[in-house]
Design a protein around this ligand. Structure first.
Ligand SMILES: Nc1ncnc2c1ncn2[C@@H]1O[C@H](COP(=O)(O)OP(=O)(O)O)[C@@H](O)[C@H]1O
Ligand SMILES: [Mg+2]
Length: 242
């Protein structure tokens, strides 16, 4: 559960990142966060994973107030939150395995169990066969899937995705969307920030719209994604009969 109470973020230069936002996101929910560039999407996510602190208001993650979390407690919070970004942020000189198994908690395991966990997580994103590749050998969509595997390896309760499809063409964007939907179906709370309204209208779910830092809209949209998938599998039997 994520709760925001009258959260305002003003940056040191005076720019308004978020303005008096209050809302709740239930455990296991999938939420899209949308709005034009500069509307406050990244600020919203950064406040949740404590990259930034609010100027006013409170943020509770699983009942714990993270708006005033001491620096030394942040690593504990981050274990429950995975984050992915538009630009993947993989380490170029490390293999897929090393990128995914980089976290301290994983490094605490012996090599065999590290491999096993990395392999299982990569299999979940469909990339187990590229475990020894380097990022440069992968497509953009594959690189993003590695980044998602890295975010998932701690089995976080919450996955935050900041424009994860921003660098991908529509087909690959849809693959990533499908993967995040799948991750959500397994129980992870997902917040998917994107300015791509097309992508959202295909899926539905709860959509939060930010405008100049304020929550301008919060609604449940019906999606056509699943019925479109059904269409793709071929003509309906009744049509085949003709
Ligand atoms: N580190 C920062 N310092 C100063 N202003 C910032 C910083 N990050 C974001 N902002 C400002 O906060 C507002 C919201 O930005 P952001 O959260 O990045 O929006 P979005 O992700 O929707 O594009 C913008 O006006 C932006 O210029
Ligand atoms: Mg942003």
């Amino acid at each position: 559960m994520i709760e925001l109470y009258n959260v305002t973020k003003r940056y040191p230069g005076g720019q308004l990142g978020l303005s008096d936002v209050s809302l709740k996101i239930a455990k296991g929910q999938l939420v899209f966060l949308t709005g034009a560039s500069g509307a406050g999407k990244s600020t919203f996510l950064k406040l949740i994973y404590c990259e930034e602190v609010p100027t006013e208001g409170n943020i509770l993650v699983n009942g714990r107030n993270v708006s005033s979390l001491p620096r030394n407690k942040i690593p504990y919070l981050r274990r429950t939150i995975g984050v992915v970004f538009q630009n993947f942020r993989l380490i170029p000189r490390k293999t897929v395995f090393e990128n995914v198994a980089y976290l301290p908690r994983i490094l605490g395991l012996d090599r065999k169990n590290q491999k096993k966990l990395a392999y299982e997580t990569l299999r979940q994103v469909g990339l187990a066969h590229r475990i020894n590749a380097f990022p440069v050998q992968l497509s953009g969509g594959e690189q993003q899937r590695v980044a998602i595997a890295r975010a998932l390896i701690n089995q976080p309760e919450i996955l935050l995705a900041d424009e994860p499809t921003g660098n991908l063409d529509p087909e690959l964007s849809e693959e990533i969307l499908r993967l995040l939907l799948d991750i959500n179906l397994r129980g992870t709370t997902v917040i998917f920030a994107t300015h791509d309204r097309d992508l959202i209208t295909r899926v539905g779910h709860r959509v939060l719209t930010l405008r100049e830092g304020s929550l301008a809209d919060d609604r449940e949209l019906p999606g056509s994604f699943y019925s479109q998938e059904a269409d793709k599998t071929g003509p309906a039997p009744s049509e085949e009969a003709h």
